[in-house]
Write a protein that binds this ligand. Structure first.
Ligand SMILES: [Mg+2]
Length: 263
């Protein structure tokens, strides 16, 4: 089910050429398909991270991470974790939902320097984001393509500041095409990965532990005392929910808000 961006690109490019009998001939992509393909290629050429897309989870790691990283339990890992929307970034347009891939700005002018500091202090910076507007069962969907492009820009800015130890997990919405699939009808986090991966449930954290090769040593591998999650859904009067605060509680790490952290 999982696909990375390079396989998507090669499958897209592969459609350009078709075999007819013994001879190969090239057909042009319909004009409507060209911008999407170019967008994928542009994103890939600037990309610092590889993307894995599952209908119920988008994950994104620095290139080479899987080959270069192996956990040794000599020291505990400290993790500085963030929500995305309303925490690291806001929309430039001022709208609740981004109008396109370029509709973002940092939460405030402290964010980049704070992330530079965090990248030196913590072993990893991890973004955990509910993305209820993204459909991830089609990597060419506009919602996914915009998200990929936006995050490629954000990660590129951080990479230029030598902030390279960033991982991202995003929980997309249940696509209409899968709504009647019995695997996804159950509302319990144990049975339904769409529910499990959505904060305040801890599916995205569990996947991080797997990606860090942390399994049975989970209670000793993470420095729960120094690790922290920062999010804007904190149950304050102005907040739409407390799902970020609950997420941190469910994991067992400290919690802060962007208003208190980015000062
Ligand atoms: Mg948020």
């Amino acid at each position: 089910m999982a696909r990375d961006i390079s396989s998507i690109l090669s499958s897209k490019v592969g459609k350009v050429t078709q075999t007819a009998g013994a001879s190969k001939r090239t057909r042009k992509l319909p004009p409507s398909k060209v911008p999407k393909l170019e967008q994928h290629l542009a994103a890939a050429s600037n990309a610092t991270h590889s993307w894995k897309i599952q209908p119920y989870l988008i994950s994104c790691k620095p290139y080479g991470f899987d080959k270069s990283w192996s956990y040794s339990n000599e020291s505990k890992l400290s993790l500085c974790c963030f929500d995305l929307d309303g925490t690291l970034i806001n929309t430039k347009s001022g709208r609740k939902f981004a109008m396109g891939a370029d509709d973002w700005k940092w939460f405030n002018d402290k964010v980049v320097n704070k992330l530079v500091d965090a990248s030196l202090t913590y072993d990893f910076i991890v973004i955990f984001s509910n993305q209820g507007g993204i459909v991830a069962n089609d990597p060419a969907s506009k919602s996914y393509t915009n998200f990929n492009k936006k995050l490629t820009s954000i990660l590129g800015v951080l990479n230029n500041k030598e902030v390279k130890n960033v991982l991202l997990y995003a929980a997309p919405k249940l696509p209409a095409a899968l709504k009647k699939n019995p695997d996804y009808c159950d509302k319990s986090p144990e049975k339904n990965p769409f529910v499990r991966n959505r904060k305040p449930n801890t599916g995205m954290w569990d996947q991080l532990m797997k990606d860090l090769s942390i399994k049975e040593v989970v209670n000793t591998a993470v420095d729960f005392g120094s690790s922290i999650f920062i999010g804007d859904a904190a149950g304050r009067k102005k907040d739409f929910s407390d799902s970020d605060k609950q997420f941190a509680e469910n994991i067992g790490i400290k919690f802060s808000t962007p208003d208190d952290f980015f000062v």
